[in-house]
Design a protein around this ligand. Structure first.
Ligand SMILES: [Zn+2]
Ligand SMILES: [Zn+2]
Ligand SMILES: [Zn+2]
Length: 155
């Protein structure tokens, strides 16, 4: 196998993870796993440590297993599946926890329309305090109207 194929695998996994996240958020976090996600929907929650962080652990497990089996002997495709999951997890953390919820004040000054669109959509998600009737479950891709609105407004 060659480098191009490995890059493709990583990219496809990264993009697929947005779909997995959407499904998990809609049907598990707002379903059976609501216990772990509930505090994340409480207004004014300090976000230093949330029960919601449990889901990072859940996604870290397959990633770690893939790194383990993907590096036994020669590096194989499993390593790159694990890498795609890890990169998505990092992207998710930077966008959801840092940029949107400001658990760290790293890049508060971004004015980029893509990030403003994501932030707006997730604010809409948080308007619903309960488990039912949610919207905007995605994280790196949200309904296009939010990007359109962000592009039209200057800040
Ligand atoms: Zn939610
Ligand atoms: Zn939060
Ligand atoms: Zn959130």
């Amino acid at each position: 196998m060659d480098a191009l194929l490995y890059i493709m695998i990583t990219l496809v996994v990264f993009v697929s993870m947005e779909g997995v996240t959407w499904l998990t958020h809609k049907y598990i976090m707002h379903g059976l796993g609501w216990y772990f996600h509930e505090d994340h929907h409480q207004p004014g929650y300090p976000h230093i440590f949330e029960k919601n962080d449990f889901f990072f652990v859940v996604f870290a497990i397959p990633s770690m297993l893939l790194f383990y089996f993907g590096t036994r002997g020669e590096i194989n495709w499993m390593f790159f599946v694990g890498l795609g999951i890890l990169l998505y997890g990092m992207g998710y953390f930077l966008v959801h926890d840092v940029l949107i919820h400001r658990r760290f004040k790293w890049f508060d000054k971004t004015n980029n329309w893509y990030f403003r669109g994501l932030r707006k959509a997730h604010k809409i998600h948080h308007k619903h305090l309960g488990k039912e009737e949610g919207e905007c479950f995605g994280m790196l891709f949200v309904p296009l109207k939010y990007f359109r609105e962000a592009k039209l407004s200057t800040s």
